[in-house]
Design a protein around this ligand. Structure first.
Ligand code: PMP
Length: 443
């Protein structure tokens, strides 16, 4: 029960110890298994090691067709799609895989300009700028938006790309307790009051950074309360919607739509195309002046090769489907499906006695394991039954807060989810991670 770091860290580094090395190897084996097909509801996974009667670890190259509960393919666009894929192939023929140039040189195609307009309209902001990678969007933009003399107040569980961007900015960083508006207010008061006369504001700029849906927790940002505090203390708000844009809200427009927040109240809207749109890259959306400023100053715009044209086309086409502009009702159906799937899966797990964290409607469904030593067994036993799960552990989470992070997709069928629940039920008993009593079956 005491400081967990001290309890576990030596296990990871004591490579000499035979048993410890085996445990470490098995934990490693749960991560980075090669995949040999598209990240659809089912995909092909290479089993790199097999466990030979608990004695030796043998390298194998078996490929299993597994139910995919790990990819962020929220709306199912990452696999061949009847509307997007033909357009993506066409754009590949027309533009090639790469522009081989940065946006300001020869890397802006008509497609890039159309995409930025399409993204701005979709998220509800006057303008947008796109980048080739979601991670870089955070880590390269934050240092352009704020620097020395500025104050960043960051949610304690913000993604690593935000942490890196904040550190690289040179601004002072303070952290508030995860998704706790009252603590955010406390930090703001402290920072504004610290040794200053009441008329003097000690920071050039204050920026509060939050996520729409937290990637490891699956909970929704308490955005309305946080916005009210930002307004009261005149702080800018930066919202990372990597996991919420396209995935939640009546028409897929993210947490603002879901929680009834006016997008005019969010100064900087960031998101990635790697989750709901089945593509890659990231965006910043905001006022025309902000986006213009970023286009003149952001190194990732000036010096990095622009987003790949087929990836850009994939985003544009998937947004059209979400909005129902492809002439079908598939977009709205996908949105209804992901919501139904997420809520069904979450509530069934809870009935079985698992400790599931996060909020309803969120496609990120984390199941707590706590002890990292349970990771290999859970992952391996699920894989044996053709269910592939993503395990999340230190350093992505605190050391003794290991978890299975299920990502639900609109392309999972009811049968897929029922299969996963059956497997989790058995493996949960085997590994001992049902921390609550199961609900009795109702008549
Ligand atoms: N922000 C958040 C909240 C994320 O979870 C991620 C990655 N999962 C990123 C940014 C980085 O995005 P990408 O994977 O598209 O580079």
């Amino acid at each position: 029960g005491s400081n967990n770091l001290q309890g576990y860290a030596p296990i990871c580094v004591a490579h000499e110890d035979f048993y410890v090395r085996r445990l470490y190897l098995r934990i490693q084996d749960c991560f980075g298994r090669p995949i040999t097909s598209a990240p659809d509801a089912w995909f092909d996974v290479v089993e790199r090691y097999s466990n030979d009667n608990n004695k030796t670890l043998k390298r194998t190259t078996n490929i299993s067709r597994c139910l995919n509960l790990g990819s962020y393919n929220y709306l199912g666009f990452a696999a061949a799609d009847e509307y997007c894929t033909p357009r993506v192939i066409e754009s590949l023929r027309k533009y090639s895989p790469s522009t081989c140039s940065s946006r300001v040189d020869a890397g802006t195609t008509a497609l890039h300009n159309e995409l930025e307009k399409c993204v701005a309209d979709f998220v509800g902001k006057p303008a947008a700028i796109v980048f080739g990678m979601g991670y870089v969007t955070n880590s390269a933009i934050l240092p352009v938006l704020i620097g020395k003399g500025g104050l960043i107040i960051s949610d304690s569980l913000n993604h690593n790309s935000i942490v890196n961007g904040a550190r690289g900015s040179g601004a002072t960083i303070r952290v508030f307790q995860h998704n706790t508006p009252s603590h955010l207010e406390e930090v703001l008061r402290e920072q504004l009051a610290e040794g200053q006369p009441r008329t003097h504001r000690p920071w050039k700029k204050i920026m509060v950074i939050v996520e729409g849906i937290y990637s490891m927790e699956g909970d929704l940002c308490k955005l309305p309360e946080i916005i009210a505090i930002c307004k009261k203390y005149k702080a800018y708000i930066y919202l990372d919607e990597a996991h919420s844009i396209g995935a939640v809200g009546k028409t897929g427009k993210g947490v603002c739509e879901l929680l009834g927040v006016d997008t005019a109240d969010v100064d900087i809207m960031m998101g990635t195309f790697t989750k709901s749109f089945g593509s890659c890259g990231g965006y910043i959306a905001g006022s025309k002046e902000l986006i213009q400023y970023l286009k003149y100053t952001c190194p990732a715009h000036l010096y990095a090769t622009s987003i790949s044209p087929p990836a850009a086309e994939q985003i544009k086409s998937s947004i059209k489907v979400i909005l129902g502009e492809d002439g079908s009702n598939r977009g709205p159906q996908k949105l209804a499906q992901i919501r139904e799937n997420s809520n069904f899966f979450r509530s069934e797990l809870q009935k079985m006695g698992f400790e599931v964290i996060g909020d309803d409607d969120s496609p990120v469904v984390p199941i707590m394991l706590y002890n990292p030593a349970k990771i290999p067994a859970f992952s391996r036993e699920c894989l044996k039954q053709n269910v592939a799960v993503v395990m999340v552990a230190f350093p992505a989470t605190p050391l003794l807060l290991a978890r299975v992070r299920v990502c639900i997709s609109a392309s999972h069928t009811k049968e897929d989810l029922v299969k996963a629940l059956k497997v989790f039920d058995q493996v949960g008993d085997l590994v001992g991670i049902k921390y609550f009593p199961a609900e009795p079956d109702k008549e």
